[in-house]
Design a protein around this ligand. Structure first.
Ligand SMILES: Nc1ncnc2c1ncn2[C@@H]1O[C@H](COP(=O)(O)OP(=O)(O)O)[C@@H](O)[C@H]1O
Ligand SMILES: [Mg+2]
Length: 258
């Protein structure tokens, strides 16, 4: 459904992403992992077209995203890393306003049902009458995710949605993302947290702007020769990023790229 082809991103005169290739199918939950500063946010914004790559292309259903960005806009939801939602309002109100803005064509009952559904899905039921300004960072993040979910985008991109959550909430939000993919949607999230990884259909590991791994979670430990997911970061330090890129190209996992 989505193919990234030889993406190269340059920012401030530096090459931030080098030749990123992979493909994503419908109904997949994709995790983009990697250390801080490795290029996760940059990759996410190149994939969703909010900050196109300098070279290469993103092909969705055979069409070039960058050339047809306007026509894809309703298919794409994006929750940036530093999101802002109006803060004096209560959670349910914020979602209602967002629904009115984005789904003005739908009957009010349908909009209310969407809002209720999003609140349930994101585990915000006991927070719906709380002002957004009184929420924790993680709860606020869930409201931002909720705003994007109202329009049921085919592809949801979220930058570090689970950062700042305790392990149980991190798990439940990842499970909520997984449930979203069951209706044919794809969810692509960045994270530096090495837990709940088995819920993902594909993991992309970025290091120094290179793709070091792309494939299912049950092959990643063998690939990095680690017994614990958290040891992957240590392993990444043991070899230069471009060597990791070469290793991936020559590995059985290269089948997942093209
Ligand atoms: N606007 C920018 N101009 C120049 N360099 C940038 C810019 N944004 C990000 N970078 C650099 O690109 C690299 C990757 O950043 P980013 O994608 O935000 O990483 P991550 O999300 O993995 O923490 C970092 O080295 C960062 O300093
Ligand atoms: Mg980031």
């Amino acid at each position: 459904m989505l193919k990234a082809r030889k993406l190269v991103v340059e920012l401030g005169g530096n090459t931030i992403l080098h030749n990123i290739d992979f493909k994503i199918h419908e109904s997949e939950l994709i995790g983009i992992l990697g250390p801080s500063g490795s290029g996760k946010s940059t990759l996410l914004m190149a994939l969703n077209g909010f900050r196109p790559a300098k070279e290469g292309s993103v092909i969705i259903d055979g069409k070039d995203l960058y050339e047809h960005f306007e026509s894809f806009k309703s298919d794409i939801g994006f929750v940036p890393q530093d999101d802002i939602v109006p803060s004096a309002l209560k959670v349910e109100r914020v979602l209602q306003y967002a629904a009115e803005l984005r789904l003005g064509d739908l009957p009010p009952e349908t909009r209310s049902a969407r809002v209720a559904g999003v609140i349930r899905l994101l585990g915000l039921s006991d927070r719906k009458d709380v002002r957004v300004s009184s929420l924790s960072g993680g709860q606020r993040k869930r409201v931002s995710v909720g705003v994007e979910l109202l329009s049921r985008p085919r592809m949801l991109f979220a930058d570090e949605p689970t950062s700042g959550l305790d392990p149980a909430l991190e798990r439940s939000l990842t499970e909520a993302f997984k449930r979203l993919t069951e209706d044919g949607n794809s969810v692509i999230v960045t994270t530096h947290i090495m837990s709940s990884l088995s819920l993902y259909d594909r993991l992309a590991v970025v290091v120094g702007g290179r793709l070091a791994y792309f494939g299912p979670p049950d092959e990643i430990k063998d690939y990095f020769k680690v017994s614990d997911f958290t040891d992957i970061y240590t392993r990444l330090d043991e070899m230069a990023p471009d060597k990791w890129h070469t290793r991936l190209q020559g590995s059985p996992q290269a089948q997942y790229l093209a």
